[in-house]
Design a protein around this ligand. Structure first.
Ligand code: ATP
Ligand code: MG
Length: 400
């Protein structure tokens, strides 16, 4: 039987969390593989198995699996039957020898794992016996420390799985186990990375973007859509709220000293995002702030901005520098899109010398001059919802 065997971090999981995590992962894998024609994904003791149709090439399966959070590593495997009480490795030996015949290698090792401890053969027994057999039939040598080829064997109660290559998964926790969060996404380099980091911890991300229309073209929106599409490969379904912010900014420009504009914009963004977050039952707001990077990210300004929201604001990049963030953006695949030139609303009406130390009392005093509720309502009223699915599925995956 041809299948993918997937592993997750077991150590991090205790008690009842484990089955919750496992069930979610199985469900997410089913959704990720469904349109490829994979019909069965099951939790086996300590690992997950997806049975692959013989006609399905490995490449697309591999690409999909490398985007499913919770998967630490995985491999294309074959199985042979095994008898728990009277285990006989003949079938395994012949199958593995056949498998490695066509491969180019000089040295190899066998790495076996026994999932069922009732099995009378230990992992070591299997490694020795299969290793000796492969030496004899292939003429190749064993090298335990730096082999050209590793044969992985996993022994379950009634079958053994073997594979010759392990692929790296994205790690983290399955989408959904940590609830939903609202990610403020700008089209810059940082916020997509911030969203990714929360997604990797099991959060389903809902995206909120403020654009400068009617004062700028659609450029930042197009970028954000593209970035959300890239990130959706990791969670299969995304909601993106697009909010025209130009009018609101114009209000702020007219009613506040130039130096405070940026902080006031951010506070308005948070109020609107928080309302959308509540509607979609998100438990936190996520931003791409990194300490000290720009004027809005000084300790004082972060504190003043934070005060406008009630939900927790999480800033997963707060302690990272630009180089680290850029490297992550490149790995995730959002960097190229993020650096395309655009007309972000943030560049609209930005003063030459924004205050780096906003004072909360003063900000509140200025805000008393605005009808904040009306501005929030105005933003929400014009919010446009875009739904993105990956792959473009006829039925959208469940959105809890
Ligand atoms: P980024 O690279 O994410 O744009 P940045 O270094 O440019 O970040 P700022 O422009 O100060 O920093 O933005 C800080 C955070 O505020 C962003 O990471 C994002 O979470 C949020 N934000 C900024 N502009 C917008 C916007 N137009 N729409 C939604 N969120 C925004
Ligand atoms: Mg920015």
């Amino acid at each position: 039987m041809r299948c993918a065997i997937l592993h997750y971090h077991e150590l991090a999981l205790k008690g009842r969390n484990r089955s919750f995590f496992e069930q979610r992962l199985v469900r997410n894998l089913r959704l990720a593989l469904k349109d490829l024609g994979v019909r069965r994904v099951d939790a086996l003791p300590g690992r997950i198995r997806a049975i692959l149709p013989d006609t399905l090439p490995w490449e697309p399966v591999k690409t999909r699996l490398s985007h499913v959070f919770g998967v630490v590593n995985f491999s294309l495997a074959q199985s042979v039957p095994l008898d728990l009480i009277h285990p006989n490795l003949d079938a395994l030996k012949i199958a593995v020898a056949d498998e490695v015949q066509g491969l180019a290698f000089q040295t190899f090792r066998v790495t076996a794992k026994r999932a069922d401890k009732r099995l009378t053969l230990t992992s070591m027994d299997v490694e020795r016996e299969l290793g000796a057999y492969l030496c004899a039939v292939t003429g190749k040598k064993v090298n335990l420390t730096k082999p050209d080829l590793t044969v992985y064997v996993e022994l379950l109660s009634s079958e053994a799985y073997y594979s010759v290559k392990k692929e790296v998964g994205p790690g983290g926790m399955p989408t959904g186990v940590s609830g939903k969060v609202a990610c403020l996404i700008s089209g810059g380099i940082d916020s997509p990375v911030a969203a990714y980091r929360m997604m990797r911890r099991g959060c389903q991300a809902v995206f909120v973007h403020f654009h400068g229309r009617p004062f700028v073209s659609r450029a930042s929106e197009e970028k954000v859509r593209e970035i959300v599409e890239l990130l959706t490969r990791y969670q299969l379904y995304s909601r993106l709220y697009l909010i025209p912010f130009g009018e609101i900014q114009r209000h702020i420009v007219l009613g506040a000293p130039a130096a405070y504009r940026v902080v006031l914009y951010r506070r308005m963004m948070l109020r609107i995002a928080e309302e959308l977050a509540r509607r979609d039952r998100c438990w936190a707001l996520i931003t791409g702030d990194s300490l000290g990077q720009v004027a809005s990210q000084t300790p004082e300004n972060l504190t003043v901005v934070q005060e406008a929201a009630h939900l927790p604001i999480l800033r997963p990049l707060i302690g990272m520098d630009k180089i680290e963030i850029t490297e992550q953006a490149q790995r995730i695949g959002t960097f190229e899109t993020s650096i395309e030139p655009d007309q972000d609303c943030c560049r609209l009406f930005v003063p030459p010398h924004p205050s780096t130390r906003a004072d909360l009392d003063q900000i509140r005093k200025i805000e008393r001059g605005f009808d904040l509720d009306a501005l929030v309502k105005q933003g929400l009223g014009k919010a446009e919802l875009v739904e993105v699915t990956f792959p473009a599925q006829p039925v959208r995956p469940p959105f809890p």
